[in-house]
Design a protein around this ligand. Sequence first.
Ligand SMILES: [Zn+2]
Ligand SMILES: [Zn+2]
Length: 328
Amino acid sequence: MTMKHWIAWLLIILAALGGSAVQAADGGVHQAKAVKVTTLSTMLSDLDGLGEWGYAALVEVDGKRILFDTGANPDIVLRNAEALKIDLSNVEDVVISHFHGDHTGGLITLRKAMMAKNPAALSQVYVGAGIFEPRFTRTGAPETDYDFNTVAAAYRATGGKITELSGPAEIAPGAWLTGPVARIHNETNYGDGIRVKVDGKLIADPVHDDTSLVIATAGGAVIVAGCGHAGIMNIADAAGAITGDSRLLAVIGGIHLFASPDRVLVETAARLKGLSFLLAAHCTGIEATVRLRELLGLDRRTAVVAAVGSSFTLGQGIAAGRIAGWVG
Ligand SMILES: [Zn+2]
Ligand SMILES: [Zn+2]
């Protein structure tokens, strides 16, 4: 074990001892009994929905429904939810994993469409601290295409509330948001097209606001990631610190490995060893998913390229949808 790993484990143990997790009646972290995550936006789509470069999922935890990200185009999640006969008007909480437009694009359309049926629908947004940080283009001009300030102003104008998290928070029993994740492993799962200023210098934006959802279950953590810019190894460490349990049951969503060299996939698989399910959407990449399947000893039922409508259910596994080649 390297020094870096020792430090990571020390941080995990300290976080667990520090009692950041809410204790259940039996002294442990509350464990969710019923979990379902349904893909509402990703690149592949069968049924009557539409694919796009983006991500969104409906997360259901013991009856609590949470919209995780909102896709890229203003209306695609709305149309996909209709095609899947999923009613979002009784969902109040939304997680925006980070500021990139392929995760925020549907927020305003969805809020307006659903509040017409229920004023409380999609009325609470959770984000990670840093989401409002000024961003720049490569030449130093303000980045205007992906400006969360603009999205936030339009959202607040509808009466919606935004809560910025600087650390882990339990938003429903057993369902935690990581908040910004400590970058212990040297993962660079982000592009260099958008910059931030550090000491007056423009550097590639590491997307400090990147936040994932961690659900504690009796079988280990279920992680839902939007783009995984914090790095899935770092997110896995954060999940262990939150739940006090190093076991990983499922990783769902985008983990930004589509352009990663094989050595990164090998290193990632080593950290995710023991993972039972991978429902890999969006920026995970098809080739990376197939390679991770092989490295993790999973198969076509347990490591699947997500399509719109595909889902993971605790106790049942992955329902892939027709396009992923296996109907459960
Ligand atoms: Zn992103
Ligand atoms: Zn993305």
